[in-house]
Design a protein around this ligand. Structure first.
Ligand code: HGY
Ligand code: MN
Ligand code: MN
Length: 410
């Protein structure tokens, strides 16, 4: 194999994906490796062990972002690739993990051939990309690019009442490197699409042009608990009703707006949560996304107006806090074109598309030319233990990543 026909070893990549998938494996399949848990620590140990075995010099920063650096013939900012290895509770083998392990596969392929690129290469994984335990998502990469002060991130309290700082310490994941080093020449992230578009279009590679805007809000409704049987409807201050009516509105709003608008109420709790008690407390989250910032703001405003008017009519209190808010991010046109041309050059079908999911790449785009490579998700499923991408597609994506990284590093 020469530089011209460089190819990764697909089976080696799949073997690593499976090995990492054993860490936090769920009994019925799938993976649960929530950020900063013992399972996350075990995953970190496995991946950093692979990094060292591949000759990478590994550094960890104060929020636990990990960087595996491969020297080039010249010094200077590296060409970086990577993603995340934390998962949601019902995670799969590929979300995030593919981007990190494909980066390692690129390194091993170059090692096998004794190829040293001009610029250094770096394979990274960022802390708490999912944001499922500690909001916001993409926390590690957001801190890395200076979008969130380290202390603010460390103080974030998660869904189980612990803080990022305490949990980082508990799994010994913080490192000595100052946040925001090393500088980056360019960043490319390989990721599964996590949606149905590539599969429906019969296309192998997505050249991702942008990431849609993300708005996460937590609402807390406070009403009056009362007897389910004796309390006339006219006297109720039912927190659960206002929460449910708002959640239903948010869902119907996305249907009414159409286009890229999506809306999800994924976390919902009532108290005292008993069959015969009118709820006096409701806490729920609303995840709104759109490729268009103005439409996203419109959706936010409509939800806020409805919950406010429902609360006034029901005589309950409503408070809210933003858990995450990121405007849409466009990737570097030249980099997107490079992904597209590289995919074509390798004989793969390719299409330009937005990302419906958030990614670390949207943060790196603040500090360097950035792009993403998508591969299809079977039935468009993700954040689901049945998440799957065909081996040939994994290999195609990793080969596109290999070529793009080598081109950028020369
Ligand atoms: O929520 C997201 O888009 C990502 O999975 N963190
Ligand atoms: Mn991801
Ligand atoms: Mn995810």
């Amino acid at each position: 194999m020469t530089r011209e026909n460089l190819r990764i070893n697909g089976q080696r990549l799949i073997d690593r994906l499976k090995a990492l998938g054993e860490v936090g494996a769920l009994p019925g399949g799938g993976v649960c490796r929530l950020a900063l848990t013992d399972d996350d620590r075990a995953g970190r140990d496995l991946v950093t062990g692979w990094m060292r075995n591949l000759g990478l010099s590994v550094t960890t920063d104060a929020i636990g972002n990990v960087f595996g650096l491969r020297a080039g013939t010249e010094d200077g900012p590296p060409v970086m690739t990577g993603s995340h290895i934390d998962t949601v509770r019902t995670g799969g083998l590929y979300d995030g993990n593919l981007g990190v392990l494909a980066g390692l596969e690129v390194v091993e392929t170059l090692n096998d051939l004794g190829i040293t690129t001009r610029r250094p290469l770096c394979v990274a994984f960022f802390t708490n990309e999912e944001g499922a335990r500690f909001a916001p998502d993409m926390m590690g990469s957001l801190v890395y690019v200076g979008g969130m002060p380290l202390d603010e991130a460390l103080a974030v309290e998660g869904i189980d009442g612990t803080t990022v700082g305490d949990c980082l310490n508990a799994i010994d994941a913080a490192g000595p490197a100052s946040v925001g080093a090393p500088e980056v020449h360019a960043f490319v992230e390989l990721h599964i699409e996590q949606g149905p578009v590539l599969e429906e279009q019969g296309v192998t590679i997505g050249a991702v042009g942008m990431v849609q805007g993300i708005s996460w809000t937590e609402f807390t409704i406070t009403g009056t608990s009362n007897h389910a049987g004796t309390t006339p409807m006219r006297l109720r201050h039912d927190a659960g009703y206002v929460a449910m009516a708002t959640a239903t509105f948010a869902r119907d709003l996305a249907t009414r707006m159409g286009g890229h608008q999506v809306s999800t109420v994924g976390s919902f709790e009532l108290k005292p949560n008993l069959v015969n008690v009118v709820a006096n407390h409701a806490r729920f989250t609303v995840d709104l996304r759109n490729t268009d910032e103005a439409l996203l703001q419109q959706a936010e405003a409509e939800v806020m107006a409805v919950v406010t008017s429902l609360a006034a009519a029901e005589g309950v209190e409503v408070t809210h806090r933003s858990l995450a808010r990121f405007a849409p991010v466009a990737f570097h046109p030249g980099m997107v074109a490079k992904v597209e041309a590289t995919a074509k050059g390798l004989g793969h079908s390719v299409m330009r598309m937005p990302s419906g999911a958030g990614h670390d790449a949207q943060m790196l785009a603040r500090v360097c030319p950035t792009a993403m490579v998508f591969v299809p998700s079977v039935h468009g499923i993700s954040h689901n233990i049945h998440e799957h991408t065909a081996p040939a597609d994994l290999e195609a994506g990793a080969n596109v990543l290999l070529r793009v990284l080598v081109d950028l590093a020369e």
